[in-house]
Design a protein around this ligand. Structure first.
Ligand code: CDP
Length: 233
């Protein structure tokens, strides 16, 4: 089962990453968060002053740096926890990339084709020998031949509340309206961009978890794994 590739796509805050992490742990496969890669590129661009307040990106400068190898992004295994975290030019970036200023700019960075190619190369390098990967275009573009594709959706207000709860648990402050606006804005940009927009792959299974508990979801997945691969989950 080690070479299995599971692709999970969907809107923000549908719970893709917590679902994927648990599946990875249970199946003993690698979990990779493709959004973290886009977030890390966004962090680099912000730190370099390449993004203006109205989200205009200095694409020429960003491209020059990517081409010159100035942006090193890696998934690095933490030996203590066994978990993988993202680094930008050698420094841990896991916490920083989840903050609201990154969320507010990441979709503008993710529409840029040369950024998508840069991230796709990294994702292939890390994931091609088996993984569960979540994102927006994993089942449609990154791994179109994935063994299993799941497309997750949920009501926007429920997703915003989940994101807000997550932020509060980390001690971050934001209003519900602010988070809901970010969720809706990214939904729109992610599903309307020219290159590899978010959409359900024809062969993906749709999972609307608006009113599902985590347990419900795991049971659903257990049924799928049994039926598709004969795995007792
Ligand atoms: O965690 P959340 O769903 O809010 O977002 P994420 O997975 O961290 O992804 C952040 C952003 O990166 C998304 O809103 C997309 O704009 C972009 N992204 C993408 O374009 N393609 C992917 N495969 C993953 C993320």
């Amino acid at each position: 089962m080690h070479n299995i590739i599971i692709a999970i796509d969907g809107f923000s805050s549908t719970g893709k990453s917590s679902f994927a992490k648990l599946i990875a742990a249970r199946l003993g496969i690698l979990y990779l968060d493709s959004g973290a890669m886009y977030r890390a590129v966004t962090l680099y661009a912000l730190n370099s002053g390449y993004i203006t307040a109205d989200h205009t990106i200095d694409e020429a400068a960003l491209k020059a740096d990517l081409d010159a190898g100035k942006v090193e992004i890696a998934f690095v295994r933490n030996e203590e926890t066994g978990k993988y975290g993202i680094t930008l030019n050698g420094a841990d970036a896991e916490t920083r990339i989840r903050q609201l200023d990154i969320s507010g700019n990441v979709s503008y960075i993710a529409v840029i084709p040369f950024v998508r190619n840069f991230v796709d190369n990294l994702l292939h390098r890390y994931g091609e020998n088996g993984c569960i990967m979540d994102g927006r275009d994993i089942g449609t573009a990154v791994f179109p031949n994935a063994d299993l594709k799941i497309y997750m959706t949920a009501d926007p207000a429920i997703r915003a509340q989940r994101r807000l709860d997550e932020m509060k648990a980390k001690g971050e402050t934001a209003s519900f309206e602010e988070v809901l606006q970010n969720v809706k804005e990214r939904d729109y940009i992610d599903s309307h961009r020219a290159m590899n927009p978010l959409r359900k792959a024809d062969d993906a299974l749709e999972l609307d978890n608006s009113h599902m508990t985590f347990d419900d979801q795991m049971k659903w997945l257990g049924g799928v794994l049994k039926e598709r691969f004969g795995i007792d989950f």
